[in-house]
Design a protein around this ligand. Structure first.
Ligand code: NDP
Ligand code: OXD
Length: 313
């Protein structure tokens, strides 16, 4: 039996989609009558504290989030129950779209021309070709690799930083803490697609911004963060954008969401804010992914995309 525990999304719609795809699996929602000990799979998004109470026969926890930092911090997370995270083509495509749009916007100096337009100023500056711009992607997982391929296809130079070595055609990879500074020194536009873990918490801070390359983009290096607000120190971003250490930033995620009304980031001209919308998936393709996970597992195959709880992603 599968229990749905999805907050802030249309749980009923997900239940219908999954019911259609898994006709032999009992599907229940909170409020339905069921025996907690019959639940084999629980599908969660922003779970409440009591979600796992009585679920003594769980085979897996299914996470609607691709990022599992909040789930891993759940106070009652059952030990030793595998967590399957969300990996989905539409989500990946949307994230790539977000990254490409923001890299292009900053590379082509749209914010400068917007300012000039408001001032009715005709000031010619020709942005360099994309092959002169170095984009550095932190995190070369599902989303980072896809964004890298998309940017390579547009002609950008792409570097990546990850925990383990990667061989990706056309991309220069840097590995671990010891190579972080060399990676940053070769980065004009920094894209963060790391998971939030104790190692990556607050990694986007002022000292890190000072290590980015200052010569590639006219206005200074750019930060794009579409991963988690916990990666960024917002006071440092505000300071760096104000004193020119950063030329601009595109932020989709924040330390506190929704971003509080009194955050200085709202007022900073060269800060581009979106409300955690970089990537989402529709329930049709999401349900077919989770139905496949369950179906294959019920047929004796290993679970897909299982989180390594010790690593934190
Ligand atoms: P993956 O788990 O597939 O990839 C994570 C990558 O980060 C891997 O390459 C990993 O290295 C690297 N990494 C992890 N820890 C470190 C470290 N300490 N130092 C260097 N590299 C590290 O994640 P996804 O690509 O699927 O997703 C990334 C994040 O994007 C999610 O965790 C989530 O927070 C965020 N997200 C945001 C969304 C939004 O709408 N804004 C939507 C979806 C996701 P290695 O390969 O060596 O293991
Ligand atoms: C996710 C997200 O992690 O939407 O899936 O942020």
């Amino acid at each position: 039996m599968l229990l749905l525990h999805l907050n802030t999304v249309d749980e009923e719609f997900w239940a219908k989609q999954l019911g259609r795809l898994l006709p032999n699996m009992g599907i229940v929602r909170r409020g339905d009558t069921f025996n907690a000990s019959d639940i084999q799979y629980v599908f969660v998004w922003k779970p409440q504290k009591n979600v796992f109470d009585g679920l003594t026969n769980l085979k897996a926890i299914l996470s609607l989030g691709a990022g599992v930092d909040a789930l891993l911090a759940h106070p009652n997370l059952p030990e030793n129950t595998p967590i399957v995270r969300f990996v989905d083509d539409e989500l990946t495509q949307c994230m790539g779209d977000y990254v490409v749009a923001n890299v292009s916007m900053h590379h082509r100096c749209f914010s400068q021309y917007r300012t000039d337009q408001k001032a009715k100023s005709w000031t010619q500056f020709f942005p360099p070709p994309s092959w002169d711009i170095r984009v550095g992607i932190m995190g070369l997982g599902v989303l980072g690799q896809d964004a890298a391929m998309r940017l390579l296809g547009l002609g950008y130079q792409v570097n990546g930083w990850s925990r383990s070595e990667k061989t990706i055609k056309g991309l220069t990879g840097f590995v671990g803490k010891s190579e972080l500074d060399i990676f940053l020194a070769q980065t004009d536009i920094l894209v963060n697609l790391l998971p939030l873990t104790p190692d990556t918490q607050s990694i986007l801070n002022y000292p890190l911004f000072t290590k980015l390359c200052r010569t590639g983009l006219k206005g200074g290096p750019v930060l794009i963060n579409a991963a988690r607000g916990g990666h960024q120190v917002e006071a440092d971003i505000a300071r760096a954008l104000t004193d020119g250490t950063l030329g601009a930033a595109s932020l989709d995620v924040f330390e506190v969401e929704p971003l509080p009304k009194d955050s200085p980031l709202w007022q900073i001209e060269n800060c581009y804010i979106t409300p955690h919308i970089a990537a989402i998936s529709n329930p049709e393709s999401g349900a077919s992914y989770f139905a496949r996970v369950i179906r294959e597992h019920e047929n004796g195959r290993p679970l897909l995309n299982v989180v390594d709880n010790r690593r934190g992603y």
